[in-house]
Design a protein around this ligand. Structure first.
Ligand code: ADP
Ligand code: MG
Length: 702
């Protein structure tokens, strides 16, 4: 088990971020002018001079070598959704056969990994295979496992974006610019930058490593493809917030310590609804850093589990019949003059400002619902969304009764009048005082306003949060730009602002839904309201290339048409690949483990049968069981054969969309048929014959 490493002090406040090259370290290690120019780069996105980079690289290397690093790596986030790294040592030969540890400014700023093995969605075919990584100074470098990690963006030879980080950074800039314009309209002269901040709650399962090793489905696909329900599930609700078992508690402690060393504000940990399920939530930070840190968190969750003979499952639905795992993306806006723009506040003037930003998000969600939907679409998440354990596939916003009442009053009264005694007064009936904290407990909404932030709850546990944040930032930037364009040229600011707010609410209130999203009547209601329901990943992803969506990304130079097309191809292809691997794994397990078990059971029964016949005892039980076992075994064989045929057909399908549809609507149902037969066999088969651990073992044996 890893201890707080020797280069870190023992008490938490002292060892927190001890492996991070953060501002404090930089201030201490860098000459003043260099530090200042780096801060400028970070704050204003200015390019970094080469000689400045040289000095920073040297200080970084010195610090990293002190921490025991021998290598450095450009760390990036290709479209695989996980991180990639290639390590080079600092070693440079010196004249006397010895070595020096060297790291140049050029090596800090730019890397050239071979891009050909990362998904490019067709971009690669037209351009050179070479890719570039470029240092992202807005996310701090850190030391881990003997290497200096440098967060970087990743693009192709011709500058096409190949990663998840670049568009996120661009969207943050776009939003900042537009939000500052709006703030200025409210008379704010001090804010020059608006930052999106995010706290990502992360759910996960822990299971015993020895049991995991016996299940090919978990090894190859991250989820169980077979498995009859255990007698107990989550129905007693005894796991959520229940006391944490010692083995899990040791794991969580170890995980916290490692995260803290990397400067990650791991704050809350608790058991989740399903047995063996847990959650970790960090304190929020800038969305770019939150995204990097969430990647690190997921990586460390898995790595540290192994040290405890556990396996951490980040799949969205590892087990049928109990809740899967999601991730909540808590998003809000904060300005560099220390305002939370989504906080209602106490000052009425700020409240109108608050309503403006609130309505901007509502409008963005309604107009670009498809983008929000597709950013949480994945093969794994298809099992959760709309299955009454996660929000529906229809995008809606929960505001709570109080905020909704305020907006209704505003709509009814038209003009908002603001009195000096810090109250909202509308031209209509009394409305409740502004809620300080509408701490919402409605867990069924995909997007919930929770007092001073929006909580995006559709994400799957394995998702990178970069995509959803890029969507929020870009679409909200678009709406704020519309607002600012009108208001900057307005002759009567108050009247125009009121008109904009009322019109926006009127037009987009259809996306607000405060009721129970798990209730089946909601889908019918949503349809009446004209809200889209993109049920599967395939249906969701193909909307990426709708003209309207391309336009909003191009407007802010977040993604180009080609990049969006390539991303769509990657997502569709990835979906097909996942279902293909799952189907192949099922067929393999069926033929090599499940059918042999069925035959073995039948053999046992027929042996017993012949003994009984010989001595003239009633054989009804054996006959009945043998009939069922052999019928099920036969059906399993047949179902596996059907999948094989379907997979062969899939190979000949041209085009990623058609292929993905085929996997979704032809292969996937065939998999369900196979599973059902096998799960039924499992329930009648003797335990000692079953060849892999059961749900009972996996979920309750920690
Ligand atoms: P819950 O389970 O009730 O949703 P948690 O405490 O588990 O709440 O998680 C709340 C998350 O929201 C944390 O990651 C926290 O840092 C984040 N958060 C709180 N306030 C804000 C804010 N203003 N902006 C962004 N994220 C926030
Ligand atoms: Mg939450």
């Amino acid at each position: 088990m890893s201890d707080i490493n020797s280069t870190c002090p023992k008490s938490l406040p002292d060892y927190f971020a001890c492996n991070v090259f953060n501002e404090e370290i930089m201030r201490a290690k860098l000459p003043k002018n260099i530090y200042k120019s780096l801060l400028q780069t970070k704050k204003l996105g200015l390019p970094l001079d080469e000689d400045v980079a040289e000095v920073i690289a040297s200080a970084m290397k010195e610090w990293a070598v002190e921490k025991g690093a021998t290598h450095y790596t450009h760390w990036f986030q290709p479209m695989t959704g996980i991180t990639a790294e290639k390590h080079d040592s600092f070693i440079t030969p010196a004249a006397d056969g010895r070595i020096i540890m060297d790291f140049s400014g050029k090596e800090l700023i730019k890397g050239e990994p071979d891009a050909s093995s990362f998904p490019s969605g067709g971009l690669r075919a037209t351009f050179e295979a070479r890719g570039y990584t470029a240092w992202d100074p807005t996310s701090p470098a850190f030391v881990k496992d003997g290497s200096l990690y440098i967060p970087t963006v990743f693009c192709s030879y011709n500058g096409e974006i190949l990663d998840k980080k670049t568009p996120l950074l661009r969207s943050m800039d776009a939003l900042s610019k537009q939000a500052v314009r709006v703030l200025q309209l409210f008379g704010n002269t001090s804010a020059t930058r608006v930052t999106t901040v995010v706290g990502a709650e992360q759910e996960y399962f822990l299971i015993d490593k020895k049991l995991y090793d016996k299940r090919k489905d978990l090894i190859f696909t991250g989820r169980t493809l077979f498995g009859a329900k255990a007698p107990k599930g989550q129905e007693l609700e005894d796991h959520y917030f229940g006391n944490i078992k010692e083995r899990v508690s040791l794991y969580m402690k170890n995980l916290d310590e490692e995260l803290w060393k990397l400067g990650i504000f791991a704050k809350t940990k608790h058991n989740e609804a399903a047995p063996a399920q847990h959650e970790l939530a960090p304190i929020f930070t800038t969305s770019n850093v939150a995204s990097d840190q969430n990647q690190l968190t997921m990586e460390l969750m898995k790595k540290i589990a192994l040290k405890h003979d556990l396996v951490c499952l980040l799949h969205e639905k590892p087990f049928a019949g109990v809740n899967g795992s999601g991730k909540h993306n808590n998003w809000s806006l904060s300005s560099n003059d220390k305002q939370f723009l989504l906080d209602p506040g106490v000052n009425p003037k700020d409240n109108i400002q608050f309503l403006t930003f609130l309505l901007a998000v509502i409008k963005a969600v309604d107009e670009y619902a498809d983008l929000f939907r597709l950013s949480v679409a994945s093969a794994g998440n298809d099992h959760r969304l709309g299955a009454n354990e996660a929000p529906p596939t229809v995008m809606s916003v929960f505001l709570g009764d109080e905020v909704t009442a305020i907006l209704n009053a505003m709509e009814k009264g038209g003009m908002i009048k603001v009195t000096e005694d810090r109250q909202f007064i509308f031209c209509v009936d009394a409305i409740p005082n502004f809620p300080k904290d509408t701490t919402d407990r409605n867990r069924t909404s995909p997007i919930a306003f929770t007092g001073n932030k929006f909580e995006f709850r559709g994400l799957g546990s394995a998702d990178s949060i970069a995509c959803i944040n890029m969507m929020i930032n870009t679409t909200v930037a678009h709406v704020l730009k519309e607002f600012a364009d009108t208001l900057e040229n307005s002759g009567d600011f108050d009247a125009d602002l009121n008109r904009i707010l009322v019109d926006t609410y009127k037009k987009h209130k259809r996306v607000i839904f405060n009721g129970n999203g798990y209730d089946s009547s909601w889908l019918a209601e949503a349809e009446k309201r004209g809200l889209n329901n993109r049920v599967s990943t395939v249906d969701a992803v193909v909307r990426y290339t709708d003209e309207k969506n391309i336009k909003v990304f191009e407007e802010f130079n977040v993604l180009s048409r080609t990049e969006i097309t390539s991303r769509t191809e990657i997502l569709l292809e990835n979906y097909s690949k996942i279902i293909n691997i799952e189907a192949l794994t099922m067929v393999d397990m069926a033929r090599k483990q499940i059918i042999p078990t069925g035959l073995e059971f039948s053999k046992l029964l027929s042996e017993s049968l012949s003994v009984k016949i010989a001595v003239g005892i009633d054989t009804g039980t054996e006959r009945k069981l043998a009939e069922r076992a052999s019928a099920l075994t036969g059906s399993i064989l047949e179902a596996a054969d059907t999948i094989d045929v379907r997979l062969l057909e899939a190979r000949d399908i041209k085009g990623n969309e058609s292929a993905a549809r085929f996997y979704r609507y032809e292969v996937f149902p065939a998999m369900t048929v196979l599973r059902n037969f096998s799960d039924e066999l499992e329930t009648i088969c003797p335990e000692k014959l079953w060849q892999f651990p059961t749900y009972g073992d996996l979920l309750f044996r920690i």
